[in-house]
Design a binder for this molecule. Structure first.
Ligand SMILES: Nc1ncnc2c1ncn2[C@@H]1O[C@H](COP(=O)(O)OP(=O)(O)O)[C@@H](O)[C@H]1O
Ligand SMILES: [Mg+2]
Length: 300
């Protein structure tokens, strides 16, 4: 079997290449060849003969693709020509946009912080209807969180202390899809990331920041191994299923009752931290899952 690991050629991130190399290494045990492939070396072409994917150097298409990128159009193109894609393009699509991700989780009755979607605006609105944003502030109370729908590494997540800060942020971001969220103050700068492959939890880490309300490692938090509770395990597996992912890193917060709630589902969570903290190699679990899935449903 041949698999491609797709990563983004325009991102200067060694992490995805490293993730791909771990997958390549894990696949050797199963006698599977893996090529690390940049999304921008693949061309999604459509004409009267239907869709194809052309590659700059390779003529042979893979049996499956591990998609570590968010080039959803390319993921869908692979799917439409019959190449299996892990995670599925639908799961990547749902989670790429935090608005659709929370909608999906909420539809499945999965505990999340209270979330309100910003009303749609067009680029550079002539007048901002302040009262609708102020009303959102009074429903959620301050401090509250604003998140851009598209964002990662904590960079597009903002803590808003009062109405003045709310107005300032809205003026800056009004043309971008946004959501507003209750601030879960029980765990300032702390969250837990649970790694799921298929219907199993592989391991978990706790991330703690001393200097920021966001627990992202990229913003300087420290990471330790975490033994997930039964509730955390059950919730993380349900969240993974709700978005249709085969593998995911689920960020959990803890509410005032001490119950876990889902902050985010990541469809391409990096795997080095969990390996360093727990010795669990997510790539090995993922390759076993893929082999098993293809054997079970050879024609999918
Ligand atoms: N509602 C919230 N209450 C408290 N902290 C939050 C909330 N939402 C996010 N955070 C903190 O901000 C971090 C980043 O938020 P997240 O939604 O996971 O965005 P990103 O995709 O950028 O990681 C989380 O890991 C958590 O520490
Ligand atoms: Mg996150």
């Amino acid at each position: 079997m041949l698999g491609w690991v797709i990563y983004n050629g325009h991102l200067n991130s060694k992490k995805f290449i490293e993730f791909g190399q771990w997958i390549k290494f894990a696949a050797q045990t199963h006698k599977i060849d893996i090529e690390l492939v940049k999304n921008n070396d693949c061309y999604s072409v459509m004409d009267l003969d239907g869709p194809v994917v052309l590659h700059s150097y390779f003529s042979e298409l893979p049996d499956f693709v591990v998609f570590l990128d968010k080039d959803i159009a390319l993921a869908k193109q692979f799917q439409s020509i019959g190449v299996r894609v892990f995670n599925s393009p639908e799961a990547i699509d749902v989670c790429d946009n935090k608005i659709t991700m929370y909608q999906r989780l909420s539809e499945q009755n999965i505990a999340i912080p209270k979330t309100i979607i910003a009303p749609k605006t067009f680029f550079k609105p002539q007048n901002i209807e302040w009262k609708s944003f102020i009303r959102i502030g009074s429903i959620l109370n301050y401090p509250l969180i604003i998140k851009e729908a598209y964002g990662s590494y904590g960079d597009q997540v903002y803590l808003i202390q009062d109405e003045k800060e709310l107005k300032k942020k809205i003026e800056e971001l009004v043309h971008i899809p946004l959501l507003f969220q209750e601030y879960i103050s029980e765990n300032i700068g702390k969250d837990r990331r649970i790694y799921v492959v298929g219907d199993k939890v592989i391991g978990a880490i706790e991330r703690i920041s001393e200097k920021d309300f966001r627990a992202n490692v990229e913003l300087g938090s420290t990471v330790t191994a975490h033994v997930p509770s039964e509730k955390e395990i059950e919730l993380s597996i349900r969240a993974t299923k709700a978005v249709g992912a085969s593998f995911a890193g689920i960020d959990l917060l803890t509410n005032e009752k001490g119950e876990p709630i889902v902050c985010e589902v990541n469809t391409n969570a990096h795997i080095k931290n969990i390996y360093d903290c727990t010795g669990e190699n997510v790539a090995e679990h993922l390759i076993s899952f893929i082999v098993n899935d293809i054997e079970k449903n050879p024609k999918n």
